[in-house]
Every structure is written in C-alpha cells, then in structure tokens.
Design a protein around this ligand. Sequence first.
Ligand SMILES: Cc1cc2nc3c(=O)[nH]c(=O)nc-3n(C[C@H](O)[C@H](O)[C@H](O)COP(=O)(O)OP(=O)(O)OC[C@H]3O[C@@H](n4cnc5c(N)ncnc54)[C@H](O)[C@@H]3O)c2cc1C
Length: 504
Amino acid sequence: MTLAADYIVIGAGSAGCVVAAELIRRQVGRVIVLEAGPSDQHPLVKMPFGLVWLMGSKTRDWRFSSTQQAGLEGRQLKIPRGRMLGGSGSINSMVWFRGTRRDFNDWGYPEWDWSSVEPAFQAVEEKLRPHQLSGAHPVTQKLSAMFSGNSGAAPTPEYESAGVFNFNLHNGRRWSAADAFLRPALGSGNLQIITGVEVDRIDIETHRARRVILVDGTEISAHKGIILSAGSIGSPSILMRSGIGDRSDLSAIGIDVKHDLPQVGRNLHDHPSVGLYFAGPNSGYGLTLGQSLAWAAAPFRYAMTGKGRLASPTVEGGAFFNARGTDAVPDVQSHFIPFKLGWTGQRYTYGAGYFADVCLCRPKSRGELRLLSADPRVAPAVDLGILQDPSDLDTLVAGLFRLRKLLAQTDFGSYRAAEVFPAETAQSDDAMRRYVIERCATAYHPVGTAAIGAVVSPSLNVMGIENLWVADASVMPQVTSANTNAPSMMIGWKAATFITQEAA
Ligand SMILES: Cc1cc2nc3c(=O)[nH]c(=O)nc-3n(C[C@H](O)[C@H](O)[C@H](O)COP(=O)(O)OP(=O)(O)OC[C@H]3O[C@@H](n4cnc5c(N)ncnc54)[C@H](O)[C@@H]3O)c2cc1C
C-alpha cells in the first residue's frame, strides 16, 4: 500500500476528530486519519447505558492498567481508553464541562488563557450542542436542592452548585466528536479515514517529521505535517518510539534517539476519585423485583423512544463544592450515579440505590509513563502517581465527610437511601483515610504527558521537530477542574487554527 497526504492525523479520538475536520474545513489539503480501533457504529456505543459493557471490551477499550501505585499500597488501577472512531469519547459518560476560567489562566501560556480558549469552546459547542440531560432519574433531579439559590441549571466548577449535568447526547444517542465533526467532513472528498491501523512510530529525518510507520510496517508520507492525537497514553508512547524523549531511557531499550526531550511521558496525572454507596428500596435504579418489568421493557422503550433507563449515561449529575467548606471555591467534584453499584467487585448487584464520588478538581500528585520496550505491542508502564502528594489524600478525606453531610441535608424525599458502604466503618478521620487508600481510583481523565511548555510549544509544535504537532489531552499542563472531554475537543480546535496559520 502506498499512501500519502498533506496532513496525517494519528488517532480519531475526541481531539483527533476535531482537528481533522477543522483542517478539512479550512481547506489545507488532503488529510488522512489513522485509527487503531474499529468504527463506532455499534448499538452499545450509541446507547448511553452501553458504556457499562464497552469498558473492558477487548475490541473497543485499550484496557491499560497502571503500575503498582505506591500511594495505594501497591494496588493497580484500570485505565480504560476508547479504541475506535471517537476514541475515549465513544466509551465515556458524555458529561460536558469546560473547566474554570482560572484553569486556563493558570496554565500561563499565550493563546491558552480564558479569553483565548472561550471562542474555541463556543465553536465546538455550536456543533456538539451539549445540553442538560432530560429524563434524569427523579433522585438525580433532587440534587439541585443541595445548595440554596440553585435554579435547576447544570452545576458549574466556578462555585458551589449541584444538579443534573450537561451531556453531549442527542435524542437519547451518544453524539461524539466522530458524529459532530469527523463524519460530516467526509463529504469534502479530501478526508480519508482508515480504521484498524495501529501506528508504531513517526519517521524523523533531520529534525523533521516525514512519514508514519504502522505496526505492520506500512509507511504513509505526510507532505505538510503529522498531528499526534493518540491520547495521553498513546501520544507519548508514539513520540518515544519515534526517538523523541529522555535520551538515557530511550537508549536503554534500544531506541535511536532523534531528539532528547526528557519531559515526554512525565507530568502524568488524573482526577483521583472515591465514593460512597447508598441503598434503599425506593431510591435509584437497580435490580429489584419491583423494577423487573421496567428492566424487561427497557430495550423496547429505548428502541421505540430513545428514552428510559438505557438512555441514562450512568452518571446523571453531581456537585462541585469545597471539601472543607471553608471557601466558596470548589476543590472537589462529585459524580452522582442513580444506580445501585456493588462494592465487592461483582458486576451485577441486587437492590436499588445510588452512588456519589468525590473527585479532586486540581490534584497535586504526578506520575509518569515509560516505555518498557521499543515493540509497540508491549504496553507502557503507566504510573498515575495517585496520592503521591499527601495533600491530595487530605482533601479527598475532607471531601468525603462533606459529601456525606451534603447528601444527608439534601431533600431526596421518598428517594432517600441509606449509606451502606463504607458507612459506620469510616466515621473517624483515620478510618476514612484507610478507606480512601483502599478504594481510590480515577475518573479516567489522564492528562499532561506531552505538556505545553515542556514537550510542545504553546502552538502545539513538538519542541525541536518540524511538521509535528500534538493535539489531545496529553498537552494539558494541569488537568482542568472537571471532566476532560470538552477541553480535549477545544484543544483539537485550537490545533487546527495553529496549523492553518503556520501553513498560510
Ligand atoms: C470510561 C471513561 C469515561 C469518561 N467519562 C467522561 C465524561 O463523562 N466526560 C468527560 O468530559 N470526559 C470523560 N472521560 C475522559 C474523556 O473521554 C477523555 O479525556 C477524552 O476523550 C480524551 O480525548 P483524546 O483526544 O485526548 O484521546 P482519545 O479520545 O482517547 O483518542 C485517542 C485515539 O487515538 C487512538 N490511538 C491510540 N494509539 C494509537 C495508535 N498507536 N495508532 C492509531 N490510533 C491510536 C485511540 O484508539 C483513540 O481513538 C472518560 C473517559 C473514559 C475512558
């Protein structure tokens, strides 16, 4: 196969779909998108509740795991990442948050302050049209009573607030970056999407990105440039296999160093998350005799109307608040799931209930990603660094106590359920600390492994290499205060602007 294009985008995820479609709209030439996974045209991808089965799928989830986490007494964490058109945006819960103004102003780079990113968010939202979930379970709707003065609007990380979240869903179906951006761009005739092709590395000659080399050895040339949008695990791995990374690390595994850039793979972080479990006969969704008819009818109801429990993205709402209640500025987010979740590891559990987590908005802990081999079939070592900074544990503990109090004060009416785990086993500060260490996971928002200012310039060029950009969640120097899909798509939009400006 001999292939060539003006631009090659590696990875058709949240950011990759946007950057490819925007390059096409700006008429920069022929674009090829290379995606390791299959198409996203599958009922479980389109049906919001389907994510329960997609996570862990052998074909649509990369199923990474972390190294043994020192902060969690050696526990390893699952790291799901979408592997299909739409990327992680095809297996995510579709929660839509931009982050806060402060998040972007604090990054401290030209072109990334709030006034520069806001128009890009607006442009993305014009196509994606995120909106507050309709048909949320009544117990989720009750969340808006958590803070006085709440109008029922979606909460915001800018101040303490609670309620039903905004989602990128349309008529009960997932509406990802592949739906809103990539597929519509096919009409131009200048876009080629190739699925089922895994990229090994980028061929760099005299500090210039020339072509992409697939795992099967196929080479694809890029006349004008290559955009790496393989996500926070994939992008640094490809950079390192291409010889861009820490010289001694790469040499140790036999990779020919093309450019010594020690920060590739460093600064990895994610939102740590840990939650409380509630059960009660009249509360949320669950497997009960009383709900058996509703579950049996759910597939038909969903097929006919796009509504009902299978239209639930599982997370339906939540809150932002200050863990210690000492400041009006939220430092934690809570995701509320109106389903009874099990806490003993089983997939299905009987009874009705709900679950709410506490998730740090701005974690201080950092980990790193390293290659173990030059062979692309060997997964990298992913150290998420969870709870490496003691203040993260302190804030999670305080946040769980405050969450417990806030949920107790919220008027759930007849939908109220009792906390069943950790309940009385985590009443003291010490017991709650133990609980966090034993149970803490992440919200699946890894970022930072090719950060602006450390690996890429503010215009997303890989430092020291021509014609190579990174456009995905890996470029965030610090994770935003809420879910990361919207910021990833905004980054894709900004990347297309920079690349087009450079080409002009
Ligand atoms: C289970 C889950 C739930 C989540 N829930 C939410 C949520 O509700 N709201 C929210 O805002 N965020 C959520 N997130 C996070 C959000 O989806 C991600 O932050 C966002 O999608 C990241 O976008 P990206 O473009 O950086 O990477 P991705 O969307 O992951 O895209 C990377 C793409 O590159 C491809 N790729 C990787 N390596 C290669 C290779 N070697 N060759 C070819 N292709 C390759 C991948 O298959 C993938 O398609 C969730 C994530 C997960 C996993």
